[in-house]
Design a protein around this ligand. Structure first.
Ligand SMILES: [Fe+2]
Ligand SMILES: [Fe+2]
Length: 515
């Protein structure tokens, strides 16, 4: 299949803008972080230390800024990477990160910006957060798990009741590209990623690949739409020097340092420096969007632990009594009073028929246990119920699965760009261990049956995708949230070749009313 060329033209809302295709001044193109109703943070990375010029204009506002590039010491390549992938050529140089917060802006307003770096000009635009009566559209997905090796590598796409080892129609790179292209066309206000952004958090090439998709040669959606991400287990992966049987603590900490370098999020007020940027709250017009870190429940190797292989890293616990739990309760109580809707995102889906839906334990899938289980996070459900959380967005099991627990909608939206799992261990599962999720209301794998005409898939099936969430007021002034599970459907010719893509929505659209 020919890869769709999308780097030359980008959608800017009103017109198409050409991006210079020659030698790029940017290692990562300018991208948006930490939006508020009066400010926006713009970041970019370069391979040299020259300052860049940022110009912002709109609605009577014109301002220029000069960046102060800082060496991003955490983003060096491993000697192993240099040796293996760069023929020993010195790629171990430290990149430079540019970070400018633009303030004094008006709410719900569009601004143009341009960054001039090494005589190359880059143009994009952003919107500030609207006031509390503004409407909001956002997209959420999980598990992009980028790495250069995704190109040419397809994922297992098991049939509902048949071939367990069938492979998907296109590779992961194309799948993620098409997914992002569809998101961008819908012009969301922000994009939330519920963890597992990269394959291995401590492999720099995997981060390079993530930004190639989001602010680079494949797409530049993050130049126009801010990203809010959560930390998944893959963000703790030790990189090319470490195995995964046990995550090496020091390597996992280096991995998290890479993650933190890229993202600028609101302060969570923790006095523990290690917890900074790992959980945070965003108020976006009428909604509150809370991100928490479920990557390592404590005590280690108990039924409270989401990752038995990760030990002693400075991850904040999420269990009752922990600092993060107390913070979460305060935010939820406040959001219930002050926002129309409250959403929470984290990585580990607590209700699932995938392998991470098994109870936590070390005896393996054959015995119905998983040492990276999402089940421990169920401990937070009573808190979500108490404070009227509307929906919880997660991933980790890489399915589209929707569950309703005590009126709260839980989503595994882990179909960003890597896996396409089905219910591994249930009806068609390899290990034939009985597993059930009594809260499940929709599972793409089974509830959207594939319809084939010869070699052509006509409809249904489990594909790459995301959730699109629209928050708005109807004519009667009632606040509504509509959650649509979107998938990117591969259009095939009669020979079974994928020739095009189409945005489709699973028959599982939910509308919530604010109380
Ligand atoms: Fe994943
Ligand atoms: Fe995961």
């Amino acid at each position: 299949m020919k890869r769709t060329l999308i780097s030359a033209l980008v959608l800017t809302g009103m017109s198409f803008t050409t991006i210079a295709a020659e030698q790029d001044a940017f290692k990562v193109k300018p991208y948006l972080q930490n939006p508020t109703s009066s400010s926006m943070t713009i970041m970019w990375l370069t391979t040299d230390n020259k300052p860049g010029e940022l110009k912002v204009s709109g609605e009577g506002y014109t301002e220029s800024f000069t960046s102060q590039p800082e060496p991003a010491t955490g983003l060096q390549y491993f000697p192993t990477e240099v040796e293996k992938y760069f023929q020993g050529k010195d790629q171990a140089t430290t990149p430079y990160i540019h970070h400018i917060q633009v303030s004094g802006l008006k709410p719900g307003t569009q601004y143009q910006y341009s960054v001039e770096q090494n005589n190359q000009q880059y143009d994009a635009q952003f919107n500030t957060v609207p006031t509390k009566d503004g409407k909001v559209r956002f997209v959420v997905y999980s598990d992009s798990e980028t790495e250069p090796e995704s190109t040419g590598k397809t994922r297992r796409w098991s049939e509902p009741y048949g071939d367990f080892d069938r492979q998907y129609l296109v590779d992961q790179t194309v799948g993620y590209q098409e997914n992002i292209r569809v998101m961008f066309e819908r012009q969301p206000d922000f994009i939330a990623i519920a963890g597992d952004l990269v394959e291995s958090g401590n492999e720099q090439r995997d981060w390079d690949e993530f930004w190639r998709h989001n602010a680079g040669e494949f797409n530049n959606i993050a130049s126009f739409v801010p990203l809010f991400s959560a930390i998944g287990n893959h963000e703790n992966y030790p990189g090319p020097d470490g195995g995964l049987a046990e995550y090496d603590t020091e390597l996992a900490q280096q991995a998290i340092a890479r993650y933190k370098t890229y993202f600028d999020v609101p302060d969570n007020g923790s006095n523990n420096a290690a917890y900074k940027d790992r959980y945070y709250r965003v108020d976006y017009g009428p909604i509150t969007y809370i991100t928490i870190d479920t990557s390592d429940g404590k005590p280690n190797k108990t039924d409270k632990d989401t990752n038995w292989r990760l030990e002693g890293v400075n991850a904040p616990d999420f269990n009752p009594g922990s600092e993060q739990y107390k913070w979460l309760e305060i935010q939820l109580a406040d959001a219930q009073k002050n926002s129309q809707f409250t959403f929470v995102q984290f990585h580990h889906i607590p209700y699932s028929v995938g392998p991470h839906g098994f109870p936590t334990g070390s005896n393996g899938f054959e015995k119905g246990e998983d040492n990276q289980s999402g089940v421990p996070v169920r401990v937070l459900t009573p808190l979500f119920e108490k404070y009227g959380v509307d929906a919880v967005f997660a991933g980790h099991d890489e399915m589209y699965e929707h569950s309703v627990v005590d009126g709260i909608h839980f989503y595994d939206a882990g179909i960003g760009g890597d896996g396409l799992r089905g219910p591994y261990f249930g009806k068609d599962g390899k290990y034939k261990v009985d597993m059930d999720n009594p809260y499940q209301t929709y599972l793409a794998h089974l509830d959207a049956p594939e319809v084939w005409q010869g070699k052509q898939l006509v409809s249904g099936g489990k594909h790459y995708g995301h959730l699109e969430v629209n928050v708005f007021q109807n004519d009667q002034g009632q606040w509504l949230t509509e959650i649509s599970p979107v998938y990117v459907f591969p259009i095939m010719d009669t020979s079974g070749k994928v020739t095009d893509w189409e945005r489709r929505v699973y028959d599982d659209v939910v509308t919530l009313k604010a109380e």
